[in-house]
Each structure stands twice: as structure tokens, then as C-alpha cells.
Write a protein that binds this ligand. Sequence first.
Ligand code: EPZ
Length: 419
Amino acid sequence: MDKLEITGGACLSGEIRISGSKNAALPILAGVLLSEETITLGNLPHLHDVTTMIALLRTMGVEITMDAEAGVEINAGNVNNTTAPYDLVRTMRASILVLGPLVARFGRARVSFPGGCSIGSRPVDLHLKALQAMGAEITVTEGYIDAVCDGRLKGAHVLFETVTVGGTENILMAAALADGTTIIENAAREPEIEDLANFLLAMGAKISGIGTSVLKVEGVERLHGCRYRVMPDRIETGTYLVAAAATRGSITVKDTSSSYLEAVLLKLEEAGADISVGEDWIKLDMHGRRPKSVNIKTAPYPAFPTDMQAQFTAMNAVSDGVSRVTETIFENRLMQTHEMNRMGANISIEGHTAIITGTEKLQAAPVMASDLRASAALVIAGLVAEGHTVVDRIYHIDRGYECIEEKFQMLGATVRRVS
Ligand code: EPZ
């Protein structure tokens, strides 16, 4: 099992390119099931989760040719299997995103019930309830969700009692081919949903209210092929910016956009960073200063993203002052704090809040990653620790960060992968 060995002490400097967004690529890949025509996708990140989604689509009969230059060419014209098997779904919960497209186009789907993960139970009840409202019959037997619909799904008025990114994505895709109009109220507004909606528009879908919490979809009978470029990964962008802030460095991230990171950039400026932005780049400069502690409370977009919480916990661990980090989206997403305390951090937990008293430095220690963003936070902790930190179970990292050791090496860090 691979590990990352990090030698702390470097102030990050230099520039890196940001990859395509994992959390936009996954729903968009599921969305190719909605058409029998060829779709070409650009800027897909080379990530384990993307490989898993492509493997899942291939088991259904989707033809996929990977062409590094022109992008990935995909055709779902000959789908002959509408089952998402347990052995793939258990490795990637986002497989649930094929449910809506399959029922919408083929009238049936059999998807292994996604289990929870280390950050929480991750239920999909809201996805299923909304599909039932659109006319799907849902049964759950032997760990599988069976969804069938006699004829086309029907447009419906869906009101999500909890803001759900995946639920909004599943229903948005299902509604694109439904008979009639669907209103999705209390829709998630994450930028990845906007990217999915723009992809569906390119396929001929009729969607209004994009970027707001009320989406209106007029179903059409068919969706055509298209060429689409996936948006940059805002969480990867934020992760490297926080790493630079924690190490008192100065970096530029390119091939990205600042427009979807306002809450994160405001917190970095509050921590003392000088931020400048351009069309497709962001520069952060700490001028060698120690970051100031900042309070964080996660909430649905456009508020502070839960996927950036662990990374800021790592920065706060070495910042000047005391901070409170409150996680409101997932029930168990503060686990990285226990590993950081093993590195000399001073963090206590009260309910869903971490109280962090910053220390000048951390001490290297062998630590274990528990989920994707906690892993990234432990790498940041290793960058500001004295000595060699070894982060184990980094398969979590490979799910969401393309070439993480190379990118940190390009920023002057000593990070190497050891098997
Ligand atoms: C997406 O997960 C992201 N994953 C997550 O990123 C992200 O943390 C999350 O949205 C929140 O922004 C992808 O896009 C692939 P939710 P998702 O449905 O869709 C509850 C990462 O690190 N809920 O918005 O699964 C749920 O328990 C990953 O890249 C229900 O109760 O998240 C949670 O408390 C981690 N019933 C809250 O809603 C449901 O049917 C938000 O979950 C669905 C969700």
C-alpha cells in the first residue's frame, strides 16, 4: 500500500496547473448515458474515481476511447446492461449518479446501494424519493436499488428537505428526458452542478435557473451528442492555496478560476494572505508571515465548502491564535484532528466543532489517512512539521488529487511516494 513521505520546513513557492474537477467530471460522465450520440469530454482529471466511473460505464456497454490530446470520446448508443454492480459501487459512492440517467433513458436501473464512508452515513433517500415523485418504482432488495418506470419519467415538483449535491444532480439528469416540466426547489448550488447543467444544455436540454436554488427543466425526448470541457477543480485549487498559506509561502495556481472560491479566498485573506487573481490564475503571497487563525463554519455553496474544512484545520494548527472549525454537513468529518494531535497539534473537539490553539510547528509522525480531504490535510500538516511525516493509506488521496507529489515537488516541497 503506497505511502507519502513528507519532509517539512519548506515555504512553498512557484506555480502549478490545476486539473479538471473530480466533482464535475463524475456527474458529467454519468450524464453521457442520456444520449446515444457521441460525446467528447476535455479536461477530465486522471484520478482513480474517474477511472472507476469509466470502468462502470464500460460494464454497461458504453464505448470509451481515451485520447490524451482531444479528450475522451464516449458513446452510449449500445448500452446493454443497466446494472451498477456492488464491486464497483462500494469503491465509489458517486456511482449512484448513474441511477437517474439510466431510469430516464432506459426505464430501469439496478444500482448497488452505496454504503456510508468514514465521514458519514451518506444516505441516498432524497434521491430515491424524488425519483418516485417522477414516477419511478423503487425497491431495495439484497443491497441493490431497483428502479423501474413504465414509459418516460414524468416531470414533477421536487423540494429537497436537505440541500443535496448528488440528489440535485441525479434529478437534474433524470428531468432532462422526462415527459413534462420538473421544478427542483432547494437545489444545491455548487459550481459542479452549474457545470453539469451547462453540459446538459450542450446536449440540447432545456434548463433555467442555473446557479440558483430553483431549477426548472422542460424534458425533451432525445439529447444529442456534444463536445464539452470540464471546469477546473476548485477544491484542488483551494488545497494548494491553503498549503502555501500554512507554509508561509508564495504560489500561483493556473488553469483555474477564482469565481467559485469566494468564501475560501476571503478566509485566506483573513488569515493574512495577499491574494491577486486573473482570468485563469490565482496568486497567494504570505510574505513569509505566519498565518492568523480563522474561524470556519461549513455550509452549502456559496458558503464555506465542507471539502475545504480539513485543509484549514491543518493551517489553523500552526496559525497564530485560537480558532473554531464547525462541520455542519457531515456527521464525522473532523477525524484528521486526532492524527494532527499526534503531530503535536493542540485541538479539542466539542460536538461538531474543533477548537484549535495554533502552535509554531508540528512534529513529524506516522499518520493514517481516513478520507480524501483529511488525507490532503495530513500532507499539509507534514509540510509544516519538523522531520519526516509518513502518511499511510494514500489511496484516498489518489481518488481526488492528480499527481499530488509531483505538484508539491514543483512548489519546492520534499514529498515522495514510497510503497
Ligand atoms: C458531494 O457529495 C461531493 N461528492 C462531496 O465531495 C461533498 O463533500 C458533498 O457533495 C457536499 O458538498 C461528489 O460530488 C462526488 P450531499 P454528496 O448529497 O452528493 C445528506 C469530496 O471530498 N443527504 O450534498 O454525497 C448527507 O448525509 C467529496 O470530493 C441525505 O440525508 O453530498 C449529507 O449530510 C466528499 N439524503 C448532506 O445531505 C440524501 O439522499 C449533503 O450530502 C442525500 C444527502
